[in-house]
Design a protein around this ligand. Sequence first.
Ligand SMILES: [Zn+2]
Length: 113
Amino acid sequence: MHELSLCEDMIDLLRERAKVDHYSQIKSIQIEIGKLSCVESYALIFAFSAAAKGSLAENATLKINEIPGQGWCDQCASEVTIEQRFDTCPHCDYYPLEIRQGDKMRIKYVEVI
Ligand SMILES: [Zn+2]
């Protein structure tokens, strides 16, 4: 389950940041998960509570925004919404599409105490 290592990395990052910004506890974390990022929201929430135990993020609320997948089709020059990374263009069936949005997971903001 790669969600657990994602959460561990995220908490390490927050711990480093806490030294610079002088906070000791995190109240909430807003995360954006792209639909094409292969990260499952429910698995992430589950992994987060395990990874946060005993850390500065132990009682933090995790808020997740799902970002739709967007691709660009070179053949019909249009931006299309896609569900999966390897989807073809819904208009002309062209492949591959250039992924424009939705392939990343990122921390949008962190609310600290
Ligand atoms: Zn197309």
